[in-house]
Write a protein that binds this ligand. Structure first.
Ligand code: ASP
Length: 581
């Protein structure tokens, strides 16, 4: 037997036993007559002890070893004198009688410990060493548990996992495709799937009824901390369902994951319409771990001489406030900082108006010149502001103002420590608009994707007022992250054609790109709908981290590179010729 135990399982109940362990040398200490080595494997650390008095040769050999050497040792489990109660094996040590070096390691480029001296770049280049670190390995273990529990739940609900192809043709999900040249069909390209959307719909036409897949998807987008060019979805589709069925089933899935993986019971998910989410939080993925909801002040500011408000009013815009608890003591400097923050070109506001509620209940504002105490008291009342609170107000065109105030709300939430990573607040956002107008391209774009069904009662607006059509689409949002999104699909060929038309496809283009789906819809397509969850994001949410990168074994960096294998890279002339490039 290579080993009888792992480095994580010996304890006081195994004292006296003979054991054989294998692992990596994490650390060694020489204390004159004694040498200690911490041996590491996936399961933990075990202390090995060598005694100069009892076996000088073995002790000398142990002293000659270096970090990350691979060892196999045999010895006896003994109770330790200096116990380390922080680790499960901390009460015992192994008195080694045999030592075999299985392989040597050269000096690693960074220390393989909880706190490492290796920077991000170095750790990514030697990711296999980074993965030896406990905290990194634990993240992948969490990922594995989440995947397992996802499969357990969906399998219990009669879903079957079906693999869909990776070499496909482009499906418009709003991002750029990665393409792969075809050698056998020169001049032609496959696209890598942005999602298996059309395939899962075809599986419903095929009668599979309930499908899921933990699946790699590919989108050639500019990268941010929470984006990777290849990422994993929990992709699901169901036939003969209404929105209600899907929301309930997947609410159940997320509850199951929180319960089994984190031991947390999360409450029923509130549902909020897209329109309300924008009105109350200025975002379609609100962080509801804290309130600080928007209060529209238009009717409370009319009739003044204050230009900023009057311009907003005359342009049909909005004057919106939030109430920051206990922030009336903010200094000039802090308020200037917030003002600069909203003036940043990204947010583009002209300024920030504030009103403090003093201890005696009176209100002092940056626009005292224009509003008397009576008016200010009315603001205080609608904002439900108490003595000690600070009301922050932005004014301008509706979308821009909501967007900037949504950002400011998150910023204040951050400053006030209201975005606790150990708290979880999940909700559904429903009734998204079906389409949004793009000024640049002068056309409508699907807000979710072109296969999303309009609300039945809004279908009559397809020609007359597309902007007002609500989609039968939904997102699951947790702590301000869009964790999942999906919709009830169109299953009627004619409606699908009309929708393509609305999105600017000619009949011929629609046939060329999606003929297979339109054809399939003629052979008895059942009503169906589905959802996909961003699995990497879900993992980092559960792990309390900001970046999804840590939860991916071999991630890409911000420029989409794998710095370990050095990809992407050039291909040689012969390959290029073969591909006709
Ligand atoms: N395919 C969609 C996406 O990737 C999800 C869905 O509608 O099921 O966002």
């Amino acid at each position: 037997m290579f080993r009888t135990h792992t480095c994580g399982e010996l304890n006081t109940s195994t004292i006296g036993q003979t054991t054989t362990l294998a692992g990596w040398l994490a650390k060694s200490r020489d204390l004159g007559g004694l040498t200690f080595i911490d041996l590491r494997d996936r399961y933990g650390l075990t202390q090995l002890t060598f005694n100069m008095d009892t076996d000088a040769a073995l002790c000398q050999q142990a002293r000659g070893l270096s970090r990350e050497d691979v060892l196999q040792v045999t010895g006896t489990v003994r109770e330790r004198e200096n116990k380390n109660l922080k680790i499960p094996t901390g009460e015992i040590e192994i008195i080694v009688t045999e030592l075999k070096v299985l392989n040597h390691s050269i000096t690693p480029p960074f220390t393989i410990e909880e706190e490492t001296d290796g920077g991000e770049d170095l750790r990514m280049k030697y990711r296999y060493l980074d993965l030896r670190r406990n905290i990194v390995r634990e993240k992948l273990e969490l990922r594995h548990r989440l995947a397992t529990e996802t499969r357990n739940y969906l399998n219990d609900q009669k879903f079957i996992e079906v693999e869909t192809p990776v070499l496909i043709k482009s499906t418009p999900e709003g991002a750029r495709d990665f393409v792969v040249p075809s050698r056998m069909n020169q001049g032609q390209f496959y696209a890598l799937p942005q999602s298996p959307q059309t395939f899962k719909q075809l599986l419903m036409v095929a009668g599979f009824d309930r499908y899921y897949q933990l699946v790699k998807c590919f989108r050639d987008e500019d990268l941010r901390a929470d984006r990777q060019p290849e990422f994993t979805q929990i992709d699901c589709e169901m036939a003969f369902v209404e929105r209600e069925d899907i929301l309930n089933l997947f609410e159940g899935m997320v509850k199951h994951l929180f319960k089994t993986v984190k031991g947390i019971d999360i409450p029923e998910l509130p549902r909020i319409t897209y329109a309300d989410a924008m009105r109350l939080y200025g975002s379609d993925k609100p962080d509801t771990r804290f309130g600080m909801e928007f209060v529209e002040l238009n009717e409370f500011v009319a009739g003044s001489e204050f230009g900023v408000f009057n311009t907003a009013l005359s342009e049909g815009g909005k004057i919106i406030g939030i109430c920051a608890k206990d922030c009336a003591s903010y200094t000039r400097k802090q308020l200037d900082e917030l003002t600069d923050w909203v003036r940043d070109p990204k947010r583009g506001m002209s300024g920030l108006i504030y009103a403090r509620v003093e201890a005696d209940g009176s209100v002092k504002s940056s626009v005292d010149k224009f509003f008397d105490q009576e008016k200010l008291q009315a603001w205080k009342a609608v904002c439900n502001a108490q003595p000690g609170d600070l009301i922050l107000i932005l004014a301008g065109l509706t979308d821009k103002t909501r967007n900037a105030l949504g950002g400011l709300r998150l910023e204040m939430g951050q400053r006030l420590d209201l975005r606790d990573k150990t708290k979880f607040s999940a909700l559904w956002v429903i009734d998204f608009p079906l389409v949004e107008w793009n000024e640049e391209d002068n056309r409508w774009y699907a807000m979710h994707h072109p296969f999303t069904s309009p609300h039945p009662e809004d279908i009559h607006l397809l020609d007359s007022n597309p902007a007002a059509i609500r989609a039968n689409a939904y997102d699951m949002v947790i702590n301000g992250w869009e964790i999942g999104g999906g919709s009830i699909r169109i299953h009627d060929r004619d409606l699908q054609s009309r929708n393509f038309q609305l999105l600017g496809f000619t009949e011929a283009e629609a046939q060329e790109k999606f003929g297979f789906l339109l054809d399939a819809f003629q052979y008895g397509a059942p009503p169906h709908g589905g959802i996909a969850f961003g699995f990497d994001r879900l993992c980092s949410l559960f792990g309390g981290a900001d970046s999804i990168r840590d939860f991916i074994a071999f991630p890409k960096n911000n420029s989409g590179r794998d710095v370990m294998i050095d990809a992407p890279g050039p291909i040689d002339e012969k390959q290029r010729k073969e591909l006709g490039l």
